[in-house]
Design a protein around this ligand. Structure first.
Ligand SMILES: [Cu+2]
Length: 254
């Protein structure tokens, strides 16, 4: 049977013009742009600005490269099985396939991931430390973030939807909510933690350098959820004191 030339060209590319390096690069540019978009930007978890976020990014990259290697290996085995003549294929016992490929291999991968994930989770915990910890009380309510700095010089002060932090110092975020469940998430500084009514959760984060970072409520909480944005500014100590001094006083309720 003769395959029509147009279909043959489309499938096999037999009569396609030779691809120049420039064309190949042009074809790859959307992929490169997508990759660049994922690893930078105000909310990229792959562009960490502190150790807690770096631990999360490490887990992501380990999963990415690990799954890429597994995908390549499985694809190579599938091609081997499809392309070799049946009588020339390597003989593997079904028992070895089930135990090795169905239990030992996925079990090893999952245990390694669990260990790596626990290590990353550990980096977000408010563990005892000899460093002075900066405390902020964050209360989520539809659809704002109410922030109290109880340790500010001259007494507690408050801000709304704007969180000031010191650079290179541990910060404990004491998080709760007055209405429904929300989630506090500043991807470049730490992982995500839920704000639950009646409960105070604590997240440890640290900004390694001055800058402005964007956070977002990450738990659907009603029609105003997409606008429940939080800006985080990390400042050197002297700058931070100036900013806090300009804030209105607050009542400490918890
Ligand atoms: Cu929300």
């Amino acid at each position: 049977m003769t395959i029509p030339t147009t279909i043959r060209n489309r499938v096999l590319g037999a009569a396609a013009p030779a691809t120049s390096p420039r064309r190949a690069l042009a074809a790859l540019s959307p992929v490169a742009a997508m990759a660049a978009g994922c690893t930078s930007g105000p909310m990229s978890a792959l562009d960490p600005a502190g150790p807690a976020a770096a631990a999360v990014a490490d887990v992501w990259w380990a999963m990415f490269w690990g799954s890429a290697v597994i995908l390549l290996a499985v694809t190579a085995l599938a091609l081997y099985a499809a392309c070799r003549r049946p009588e020339a294929r390597m003989k593997v016992s079904p028992r070895l396939l089930v135990i090795g490929g169905g239990i030992v291999f996925p079990g090893t991968v999952l245990v390694a991931l669990l260990g790596y994930g626990l290590h990353a989770g550990h980096a977000q915990l408010p563990l005892p430390t000899t460093e002075p910890v900066f405390r902020v009380d964050v209360t989520a309510n539809r659809w704002t973030w109410d922030i109290v700095y109880r340790d500010a010089e001259g007494g507690p002060v408050r801000s709304e939807n704007l969180l000031y932090l010191p650079v290179d110092r541990p910060v404990d975020v004491y998080l709760t909510t007055t209405d429904v469940i929300h989630a506090f998430w500043v991807p470049r500084l730490a992982g995500k933690i839920d704000a639950i009514p009646g409960i105070t959760n604590v997240l440890r984060l640290r900004a390694s350098r001055p800058g402005t970072f964007r956070g977002q409520c990450a738990e659907f909480c009603g029609w105003g959820h997409p606008d429940m944005v939080l800006l985080v500014e990390a400042h050197e100590a002297a700058d931070l004191m100036q900013r806090l001094a300009a804030l209105p006083p607050a009542e400490v309720r918890r």
